[in-house]
Design a protein around this ligand. Structure first.
Ligand code: 5AD
Ligand code: FES
Length: 349
């Protein structure tokens, strides 16, 4: 294990089987070594800075039916909502006042958000707040749509690959969704000059250690600007309601490895991690993450954007979430900063 970890630290690369071994044979000692190296590596690039992104959940209406997701179209118990363009702009204005310089518009694949409407919202936010980055997280769209939204000013796009294994992908998605299209979207986004985020869930149903190794290999080759990983958490109204949630332990272990694979990556300590453990996000930062994404959605819709059970931060106002995270980061010796927080590629480690 020591030799593997050392080689990962130096070369930012391992063979697929080696990643798998690193996961299968993990223990507290290996975790500690990885954590220390991940923190050291991140410190050289970003110090003890943690970037914030204001998350605006713009719609829970979704045409897809991913088996793990609480807002899948077949969930008849999900109370649907969609923010108006005016409400979305208002959230970004409030966020700006609170110091946010990145807004993430996230939602289900809701046809209401045509290029014209979504593009108009992006343009408006960018014209009101020219020093801000706008990130979209709106699922799979066409090349032309991604291209148009880019011309409207969108800077970044988050689209988790979910799993780098085609067979596994097919086990957790309905047959009308395809692994190939997911991957194609990520490559299109990159080609169009977006900063691109991929990512996956830890312990999603049927996931094997080999699948996780494939995810790591994919990250090693794709070199995403951002990478969102969080534990799978079952949602009571989905076919996967009886599967086990991912653990903080394995999620943090993988965060450390991802930091070493690609040192400049922007790596969030996700809300899902904070949901399975009261100090999950702190543990994520202490394992190598460097981004937090407090919620800026209007409080009356937050409970409805329920991808998984018991999601945190659904009762707090934006300012409260922001304050809460400030305190949490301070307590562990980190500082939330309010610049756009673009990836620092230039740094050679
Ligand atoms: N548990 C954890 N994460 C989930 N996501 C969707 N459903 C769940 C769940 N039950 C993640 C997916 C998606 C992102 C927005 O949220 O990875 O890409
Ligand atoms: Fe939302 Fe703590 S981050 S309440």
């Amino acid at each position: 294990m020591h030799e593997l970890i050392q080689r990962l630290y130096e070369n930012h690369s391992l063979e697929l089987e080696e990643y798998e071994n690193l996961i299968i044979n993990r223990n507290e000692e290996a975790a500690k070594i990885l954590r220390d190296l991940a923190v050291e590596t991140r410190k050289k690039i970003y110090g003890f800075k943690v970037f914030v992104r204001g998350l605006i959940e713009i719609s829970n209406i979704c045409k897809n039916d991913c088996l793990y997701c609480g807002i899948r179209r077949s969930n008849k118990n999900c109370e649907r909502y969609r923010l108006t363009p005016e409400q979305i702009i208002k959230c970004s204005d409030e966020g700006y006042e609170l110091g946010f310089r990145t807004f993430v518009l996230q939602g289900g694949e809701d046809n209401f958000f045509s290029d014209e409407i979504l593009g108009g919202i992006v343009k408006e936010i960018k014209s009101r707040h020219s020093d801000c980055a706008v990130t979209l997280s709106m699922g799979e769209r066409s090349y032309d749509s991604y291209k148009f939204l880019r011309t409207c000013g969108a800077d970044r796009y988050l689209l988790r690959h979910e799993t780098a294994d085609k067979d596994h992908y097919e086990k957790i998605h309905p047959s009308e969704m395809s692994f190939e299209n997911r991957m194609k979207c990520l490559h299109k986004l990159r080609e169009l000059g977006y900063q691109v985020g991929c990512g996956f869930m830890v312990n999603s149903p049927y996931q094997t250690e080999k699948n996780l190794a494939q995810d790591l290999k994919f990250i090693e080759t794709f070199k995403p600007d951002m990478c969102g990983i969080g534990p799978f958490i079952p949602h009571k109204d989905t076919p996967f309601k009886n599967f086990n949630a991912g653990t903080v332990e394995l999620t943090c272990y993988l965060l450390s490895i991802i930091r070493l694979i690609y040192p400049p990556v922007l790596l969030p300590a996700t809300t899902a991690l904070g949901t399975i453990n009261p100090i999950g996000r702190e543990l994520g930062i202490l394992s190598g993450a460097n981004v937090v994404m407090p919620n800026l959605s209007p409080v009356n819709v937050r409970k409805k954007y329920e991808l998984y059970d018991n999601k945190i931060c659904t009762g707090e106002e934006s300012a409260q979430c922001r304050e809460c995270l400030n305190n949490r980061m301070k307590k562990i010796g980190y500082e939330i900063v309010t610049d756009r927080g673009d990836i620092k590629h230039s740094m050679k480690i």
